[in-house]
Design a binder for this molecule. Structure first.
Ligand code: ZN
Length: 434
């Protein structure tokens, strides 16, 4: 057995226990991981040379009560910092570093470094998700992801080891920027048991399969990289009978949370990093309700991210989960700020709808909604030539007032195409309101 496989399995065994730690024990566990990271960052990473000063007492012990005095920073700040975020050196036991870059779906990609240890944690976190959901680890996994075009149709490429329980299980991968038609052909040819991709890709594959009167050949779908809306889950589970797994992470941060197998809540992966949610108005840490997500991964000594704001918004709940795990729960991942609408009365929501909902009002194949002001929403649509439906502006406006907010007014525009981002993500709703 390879060293990394064995080490990841050990991590998984630890995670089986820590998921039931009471809150004070988990806090102590997290601080034991944070403390050496903070010392390291202050000493070896120019970005943190003075930034962490409020945390350090004269005897160099950590003043945890000053944690909130450490400023948060965003991806744009990280881009500006550039190499100043890289450690000049770090302990050998953290493993070799590797480099990557974020998908850049909502801006310029961020170049990042991570450590071998952070990757072991990510592998263990993935296995935890598969174990929670009793995924068949001997099945073939097809990964349709942002590959910078490296795995083109019609064949794609063999994938890497996708789980550590059955490391010999086959995998294959295809670039997500292939057309949906090519993706479906490839899936029909490779016949995986499970598929990992963006939720909007699974919905598009499901709709195309339905049009062709065929069944999707896989039984499990692992959604990542986009918010997995309730509408998409209802469609994929109801119409296609898929087993769904909703996981949440980011390339520069690793695993953050995943849906509990016992219900709709997500559990935070407290063993991988410190997750804070800050109130929109006063910036104080909350345990219930909606706020800005702030993350501090524990194992990335090559590029420490301490109080990093990835610009996602989440809704926490302090209610206990029926599964008995004590990992804190997330009610809802709302997604990027640019996908969350804010209305005239100050309320916010992440619009979540399926293409089929517009069909009584628009001859559309695809739509996108752009919020231009608190009350004005522009609906762009790609015409479905086979549809005889007329554009019904008043009907759609009435419908969207019930689904989004009663104060909105809509304008409708036809467009030849709604492109996905360079990384293949599809943003159905974008707000320009700040
Ligand atoms: Zn649970």
């Amino acid at each position: 057995m390879s060293v990394s496989l064995e080490a990841s399995r050990k991590f998984v065994t630890v995670l089986e226990k820590t998921q039931y730690y009471p809150p004070d024990r988990m806090q102590a566990y997290q601080r034991r991981l944070l403390q050496p990271l903070l010392h390291h960052a202050r000493r070896e990473v120019p970005f943190y040379a003075t930034r962490l000063d409020p945390l350090f007492a004269p005897d160099q012990s950590i003043r945890w009560e000053a944690w909130n005095d450490i400023p948060t920073f965003t991806r744009a700040d990280a881009q500006q910092a550039g190499d100043a975020l890289f450690a000049k050196s770090y302990p050998e036991q953290m493993g070799p570093f590797s480099e990557g870059q974020t998908s850049g779906s909502t801006g310029t990609p961020l170049k990042f470094r991570t450590t071998g240890m952070a990757q072991l944690m990510a592998t263990a976190a993935s296995q935890r998700i598969f174990d929670w959901h009793a995924v068949d680890c001997s099945a073939k996994m097809a990964i349709i992801a942002d590959s910078r075009g490296r795995y083109p149709a019609p064949d794609g490429a063999p994938g890497r080891q996708w789980n550590i329980t059955k490391p010999e299980a086959p995998a294959c991968q295809l670039s997500v920027t292939e057309t949906i038609e090519n993706q479906l052909e490839w899936i029909l040819k490779t016949r995986p048991g499970a598929v990992t991709s963006y939720p909007s890709i699974a919905v598009a594959l499901g709709e195309l399969a339905e049009q062709r009167g065929i069944a999707l050949p896989f039984h499990t779908f692992v959604g990542q990289g986009e918010v997995f809306s309730d509408a998409a889950k209802t469609y994929l589970a109801g119409t296609h009978g898929l087993k769904l797994i909703d996981r949440y992470g980011a390339s520069e941060l690793g695993a953050i949370a995943a849906q509990c197998p016992a219900g709709s809540l997500h559990h935070q992966f407290c063993e991988a990093g410190l997750m804070e949610v800050l109130d929109f108005d006063d910036g104080k840490s909350i345990t219930d309700g909606r706020g800005r997500l702030i993350l501090t991964p524990f194992y990335n000594y090559a590029m420490p991210l301490i109080r990093y704001e990835n610009q996602d918004q989440v809704e926490l709940t302090s209610q206990a989960c029926i599964c008995g795990r004590t990992l804190p729960s997330i009610q809802q991942i709302l997604g990027r700020e640019r996908n969350v609408f804010t209305y005239a009365d100050g309320s916010r929501s992440w619009p979540s709808m399926l293409e089929g909902e517009y069909q009584p009002f628009l001859p559309s194949r695809q739509i996108q909604g752009i919020q231009k002001s608190l009350r004005d929403v522009e609906i762009r649509f790609v015409r479905d030539e086979a549809s005889s439906q007329q554009v019904d502006q008043p009907g759609l406006q009435t419908y969207l007032r019930t689904r989004l907010h009663p104060s909105i007014t809509i304008d409708i525009f036809e467009t030849p195409e709604i492109p996905r981002s360079a990384s293949g993500k599809y943003e159905q709703w974008i707000t320009l309101v700040r």
